[in-house]
Design a protein around this ligand. Structure first.
Ligand code: G6P
Length: 619
């Protein structure tokens, strides 16, 4: 939530900051702003509510120039999305500018204290309180250069703060100098030639440099165009390493696609292949996941698995539960990260915890990881963003390697997560009861996935036509069984998050326990019913909907499934057949396309749905 970028160098900061914000907009888009220093010992600020285009217009009408600046794109936590609440925030002197991602939990108390000393606030934000606090600490420093006074002031102010922060601050007295710090919210240093950056995500700086330092919690950094220093917030030394960013600027661009979401849906043949490339073992009819850092013996000793995630990642985890239990017969549970972290579930020593996160920054998932580790468990990560906090703090794991996912609605990360969980289930299964022959069949089917996904994608136009038929629907039901029950949940999530119609996903048999009361001529039901072991059961539920005149869209297997359902459903989308346990990787794709086309036709902003942010770094 919220994206920040700071620049110090020789170039004009404004276009660099605006381009960086454009790449960070997925983190929040309620308002945006920037502040620039031009060497004349003043800070010039422009900020406004709404999308980045508003800021661009504002800067176009009233330009600001300088070689050092900070900027922010906001997802509102404290205070509505207004011009005043937009970042940056200035201190009392107007010389210090701060951008902040996170939540200052004790801001009310801090604000009251500052108000008693005569500080007046222009916004309702916790962040402005922090700006004033740093400014006050700066003004109270009697000695030192302006640069070191700013460093000490940040340090001192953060000592009074409870909560989370990723911040960048600059002061008019210290031109060409930025101070950043993080606790709970991500912050990356980008090292350029004669220029340096601070940003919430490497995506914001990849056009300028691929050398990055992922800061740790409690790190404080100060930098000029030529140099940088990283210490802890408390003033101690901190270890860091320079990493090479593993994707190109082009990968973070939309190309010819109208939306990132569509681009990411269409990338899935490749991203699924990336998830299994180099990880299949034909000799053993198994998978190789070296990053787990577990010996075969340790893997054999696992008695229980807990999979933790939020949103789409938790739906992938649910598929994982079916996969691991059916292929490896290890009892597996899925916990929503926000519940897990506070629930204190009993876990014994042979329980292995996996946290799943595309961004690697979701605060609840990170907290769940730390909670698991606190209790002495090994916690492994299934993460996409290399170098993210979850990736760094987990005790091992596997990367998705699906490239930057920018559309707020997760698509390719889901299929990559499920692919990786399939490999995990296969690996654990082959150490237990799964036969060589079944292992080989699953490997064959995994390898065939990219080509099968390609075939589904060729139906995009047909799926669009189906979506157009239901544009006036007041809502939509998504129903599936077994492996495709989580797919139904994911289909419903996609539909509601980008098209704003009410949609809910259910285990198909649950229909009779209440949901069927909703069925009417206007409410379509999407059945995910491939030709699998529960096909007939799904068909019975589908008939129950038909008998009540509910329109039915079915996703089923080409050939047999198609033949059986054609005459009884209103619309049919056929997918290639595969091993039952892999079917969610195929069946989710028509659902992604259905919600995409539906939302586009309804005029929704699919890449930036209202009220959402891609990376949820507040509780
Ligand atoms: C947000 C996003 C979802 C995502 C969830 C978990 O809610 O809008 O698309 O599934 O966070 O994100 P993560 O990065 O942890 O997978």
């Amino acid at each position: 939530m919220c994206g920040i970028i700071g620049y110090v160098g020789k170039a004009d900061a404004t276009p660099i900051l605006i381009d960086g914000l454009r790449r960070l907009e997925y983190r929040g888009y309620d308002s945006s702003g920037l502040a620039v220093m031009n060497g004349s010992r003043t800070v010039e600020m422009r900020k406004c509510r709404g999308r980045l285009a508003n800021l661009q217009k504002l800067v176009g009408e009233s330009p600001v120039a300088g070689n050092c600046g900070v900027s922010h794109t906001r997802w509102a936590t404290h205070g509505e999305p207004t011009d005043e609440n937009a970042h940056p925030h200035l201190d009392r002197s107007g010389k210090l500018a701060l951008v902040h991602n996170g939540v200052i939990e004790n801001y009310q108390k801090l604000r009251q204290g500052l108000e008693k000393e005569g500080h007046a606030f222009l916004s309702q934000t916790d962040s402005e309180v922090l700006a004033h606090l740093i400014g006050k600490c700066y003004d109270e420093q009697a000695e030192g250069t302006p640069e070191m006074r700013l460093v000490h002031a940040v340090r001192e102010a953060l000592g009074h703060v409870a909560g989370t922060y990723g911040i960048v601050a600059m002061h008019a007295d210290a031109p060409g100098f930025l101070v950043g710090a993080r606790l709970g919210s991500p912050l990356v240093v980008g090292l350029g030639k004669g220029e340096n950056f601070l940003a919430s995500d490497v995506g914001a700086i990849i056009a300028h440099t691929s050398d990055a330092i992922y800061l740790r919690d409690r790190d404080l950094v100060y930098l000029t165009d030529a140099d940088f220093k990283i210490e802890t917030v408390e003033g101690g030394s901190s270890k860091f390493e320079v990493s090479r960013v593993d994707f190109t600027p082009e990968q973070a661009e939309r190309g010819d696609y109208p939306h990132f979401m569509l681009k990411e849906i269409f990338e899935q043949p490749e991203t699924v292949a990336n998830a299994f490339r180099g990880r299949l073992s034909d000799d053993e009819a198994s998978a190789k996941l070296g990053g787990l850092n577990l010996t075969p013996r340790e893997l054999r000793d696992v008695e229980r698995i807990v999979l933790v995630g939020c949103g789409t990642a938790s739906h992938a985890a649910m598929v994982g539960e079916y996969l691991i239990e059916s292929l490896a017969r290890i009892p597996t549970e899925v916990e929503t990260a926000s519940e897990f972290r506070y629930r204190n579930p009993p876990l014994d020593k042979n329980t292995l915890i996996f946290v799943l996160s595309q961004s690697g920054e979701t605060i609840d998932t990170l907290a769940a990881l730390r909670e698991g580790q606190r209790k002495g468990h090994r916690v492994l990560g299934i993460v996409n963003s290399v170098g993210s906090t979850i990736a760094r703090e987990s005790d091992g794991g596997s990367y998705l390697h699906c490239g930057p996912e920018i559309g707020v609605a997760a698509t390719k990360s889901f299929t990559s997560q499920v692919t990786l969980l399939t490999l995990l289930a296969l690996l654990l299964g082959r150490m237990r009861h799964l036969s060589m022959a079944e292992g080989q069949e699953i490997l064959r089917e995994i390898r065939a996935l990219p080509e099968k996904i390609e075939r589904i994608l060729t139906q995009s136009e047909g799926i669009r036509r189906i979506a157009l038929k239901y544009l006036d629907a007041p809502g939509m039901l998504f129903l599936g069984r077994q492996f495709n029950y989580p797919t139904a949940l994911e289909g419903a999530l996609k539909m509601k998050e980008i098209s704003y119609i009410f949609a809910s996903g259910h285990a198909a048999a649950e229909l009779k326990h209440g949901i069927i009361a909703l069925v009417s001529e206007t409410l379509p039901s999407v059945f995910v019913a491939p030709r699998d072991s529960v096909f007939e059961k799904n068909v019975s539920n589908l008939e129950e909907v038909r008998a009540r005149k509910g329109p039915v869209i079915a996703v089923t297997t080409e050939g047999e499934g198609e033949a059986e359902l054609k005459s009884i459903v209103d619309d049919l989308i056929a997918i290639p057949s595969t091993h039952e346990c892999l079917s969610p990787i195929l069946s989710v794709i028509p659902l992604q396309l259905l919600s995409y086309h539906f939302a586009v036709a309804r005029g929704c902003d699919v890449d930036k749905p209202r009220n959402l942010a891609k990376s949820v770094t507040v509780e």
